[in-house]
Write a protein that binds this ligand. Structure first.
Ligand SMILES: O=C(O)CCC(=O)C(=O)O
Length: 324
């Protein structure tokens, strides 16, 4: 069955894609998966949402102001897990970021959904942020692999990226739910620095309207967010996180992203095989079955209530021209 799902689709990561990722910190892969994967993933996300609504989802879902976030779908749903471990996702990651070994950043997947209504369609935008400051690892090889599971056109909350911002991010700007009164660990800046950073550099803003099945790969240091929904309806994208070769554990006192493993690894150590099994390597291809990756998925971190408050927001629409 894997062969059937993977076979008819011959997507290849070209040198242009690799160059655009290195230059902009984000690149689109157009339709890299066969339709069976996309249909199955969309179905799985709908299943999860239904179970959440009827009270049988074992985790929790952030669901507020027309926006929902399903975390841990890989741990919960066999089809999503199968896609993560057996599709070409890990290979595409490795080829885009230039790594020979790719591991799953276990438990860090989030499906970002927005639901606009006719009364108030202008909702649900993701404020500008970088992903890297929320992770328990430091490194450039910790990309997000954002896969549209509905059309995410210009009016349906597309991603927007400050192109090239990853190259200027010498200290990591903390995410907006970080309390500004908390002490800021060495090497980080409070979220308040985001606006000043964007104003100082005046990066070109690149919007990625996507068709269902398109992927955007994001560097962990690139500033990105999404435009508000401007049309009633629904959009959803599954963002999975991966680890390449330079990721090193940092036991820094950092916010939610570094849990639940905090304290379990030595500062500076590479991802352990037990928690973050190798999914793909360039010589053997997909090795998830050999590395026991199937066994290593939990909803441990995600069992708690999913609530968060943003202390301040840098709104994407103040920087990206969306009327064109
Ligand atoms: O889809 C969105 O609105 C946000 C996605 C995002 O920030 C991510 O994948 O890291």
């Amino acid at each position: 069955m894997d062969a059937i799902i993977n076979a008819p689709h011959e997507f290849e990561v070209t040198p242009d894609i690799v160059d655009a990722y290195a230059r902009d910190g984000a690149v689109m892969l157009e339709q890299p998966f066969g339709p069976e994967w996309i249909d199955g993933l969309e179905q799985a996300i709908q299943d999860i949402f239904r179970r959440y609504e009827n009270g049988t989802y074992p985790g929790d879902i952030f669901n507020q102001d027309g926006r929902f976030e399903i975390t841990g779908a890989i741990g919960f749903h066999p089809f999503v897990r199968r896609w993560a471990l057996e599709s070409r996702a890990a290979e595409f990651v490795g080829r885009v970021i230039g790594c020979k070994t790719v591991r799953l950043y276990t438990d860090k997947d989030i499906a970002f959904g927005k639901r606009g209504t006719t009364e108030n369609a202008t909702i649900g935008a993701t404020s500008f942020h970088i992903d890297g400051s929320a992770w328990g690892f430091l490194g450039e090889h910790i990309p997000s692999f954002w896969l549209a599971l509905s059309d995410v056109g210009m009016t349906k909350g597309p991603l927007v990226v400050a192109a090239g911002s990853h190259k200027k991010m010498d200290r990591l700007i903390l995410p907006s739910p970080n309390n500004p009164d908390d002490e800021v660990a060495e090497g980080f800046l409070p979220y308040a620095a985001m606006r000043e950073f964007l104003d100082r550099h005046d990066f070109p803003m690149k919007i990625f309207p996507a068709r269902r099945g398109d992927v955007v790969v994001l560097n962990p240091l690139v500033v990105h967010g999404s435009i508000p929904m401007r049309e009633a309806g629904f959009r959803v994208a599954l963002s999975t996180r991966w680890l390449g070769e330079d990721a090193r554990w940092r036991a820094a006192p950092i916010q939610p992203g570094s849990a639940p493993y905090a304290g379990e690894f030595a500062e500076g150590s590479p991802p352990s095989d037990e928690f973050f099994p190798v999914i793909w390597d360039s010589e053997r291809g997909n090795v998830s079955k050999l590395t026991g990756a199937e066994a290593r998925h939990t909803l441990t971190e995600r069992k708690g209530k999913m609530v968060y408050k943003e202390f301040s927001r840098v709104e994407t629409q103040n920087y990206a021209k969306i009327d064109a």
